[in-house]
Design a protein around this ligand. Structure first.
Ligand SMILES: [Zn+2]
Length: 380
């Protein structure tokens, strides 16, 4: 059986770690193309100036336009060439990070997430959009990022909703990796020429990735509530450090090498509902996780542990919590249909999945979540 594991070369996190960014740039050369939204640069400007001086490196500002499009990527690659940049830095949230991955094309790349809202920073894939902001395509690269550098002070001071949303994304990781392992589904990890089945032969997940996914879930249960409190005060504590590592590293390695299954596919289906659009990825994934647990008829204790976690953190447990006040039978059917298209990860579940079963799981998860809120005395 062919198995594979893929990961970034270096991961480093610490208080004020951006002050060491110059050190990592220096390992590649004298200058780096800095892809970041101007607001994010402003937040860390002092640290960038300090590290640039200390290590004698130059950050070439890129005037990033905020959208990860083919046009923007081509423009930035030209800027990098013009300034003879020896590496690329993606600093900020999802779009800056994805754009940096596309510009670097698997070469020297430093990712500096300023929020811990998803597990995307560690992965070797990105999402391309049209200049108008519509979905274009997925992009995969020959290598994962060279360095993931996380300044925990910056994450602690970011809005707490990002951190909680990242925990929602991380919540699904173990259950999806477990399902993928049970079904011996391909995870498409660690492949030499990109991750698409049509370009190379796929591989199964490793025990390593499954163990990391398990640790991801355990750490959420142990430290999630404490980390949220720390972030509410803007403070770095050990619990917050553990959750930053969980949201970004454990969840990232767990999903990329352990595989996705029901939760993310149901998330994808839910995105066709207008009401969900103002909710973050991880918030919708949290509800998708509950729906997957219903779909696979997980034990009551497990389902209740997840519901308790979500309610304590303020993560969604029912459709109303992700902006869906009511849903028609036709809409539910459409959501289930999108969740079950042939290329979706839902087919990594260890049993045949039908649209009817997914629709039933979503509506039942909604009912269970609503009832659990009443039981726990959570209003609205
Ligand atoms: Zn995700």
């Amino acid at each position: 059986m062919r198995k594979a594991f893929i990961c970034p070369t270096k991961y480093v996190q610490g208080e004020n770690e951006i002050k060491n960014l110059g050190y990592f740039v220096k390992t590649f050369g004298e200058s780096a193309l800095l892809i970041a939204h101007p607001d994010d640069v402003k937040r860390v400007k002092d640290k960038l100036d300090e590290t640039s001086k200390k290590y004698g490196v130059t950050f070439v500002e890129s005037d990033f336009h905020g959208e990860c499009s083919r046009q923007e990527v081509a423009r930035l690659q030209q800027t990098a060439k013009d300034h003879k940049c020896s590496c690329t830095i993606g600093l900020g949230g999802g779009k800056a990070i994805d754009t940096a991955k596309c510009v670097a094309e698997g070469e020297a790349l430093i990712i500096v997430p300023t929020i811990a809202a998803t597990d995307a920073p560690t992965s070797h894939s990105a999402v391309l959009y049209t200049p108008e902001g519509a979905f274009d395509d997925y992009a995969y690269f020959k290598q994962s990022p060279s360095v993931i550098l996380i300044d925990t002070t910056v994450i602690a001071q970011a809005p707490v909703r990002f951190l909680v949303s990242g925990m929602g994304d991380a919540l699904s990781t173990y259950f999806e990796a477990r399902a993928t392992a049970s079904s011996y589904s391909n995870v498409n990890a660690g492949l030499p020429c990109g991750a698409r089945e049509e370009t190379c032969s796929p591989a199964k997940g490793t025990n390593t990735a499954l163990a990391l996914a398990k640790l991801c879930y355990q750490t959420l249960l142990t430290d999630g509530r404490k980390a949220k409190a720390a972030c509410e005060c803007g403070q770095v504590t050990q619990a917050l450090e553990n959750i930053i590592e969980t949201n970004i590293l454990l969840s990232g390695l767990g999903f990329e090498s352990g595989g996705l299954a029901g939760a993310h596919a149901i998330h994808d289906g839910l995105t066709i509902l207008e009401g969900t659009h103002k909710y973050f990825h991880g918030e919708k994934v949290a509800f998708g996780t509950i729906a997957q647990l219903v779909l696979e008829n997980a034990p009551k204790e497990e389902l209740e542990a997840v519901l308790d976690f979500c309610l304590d953190l303020g993560l969604p447990v029912c459709l109303r919590d992700i902006g869906v006040e009511s849903i028609t039978a036709e809409e539910l059917q459409e959501v289930a249909k999108k969740s079950c298209i042939p290329e979706e990860s839902i087919h990594a579940m260890p049993f045949p999945v039908t649209e009817e079963a997914v629709a039933a799981a979503i509506i039942t998860a909604d009912r269970i979540g609503e009832a659990y809120k009443v039981k726990r005395g959570v209003s609205a």
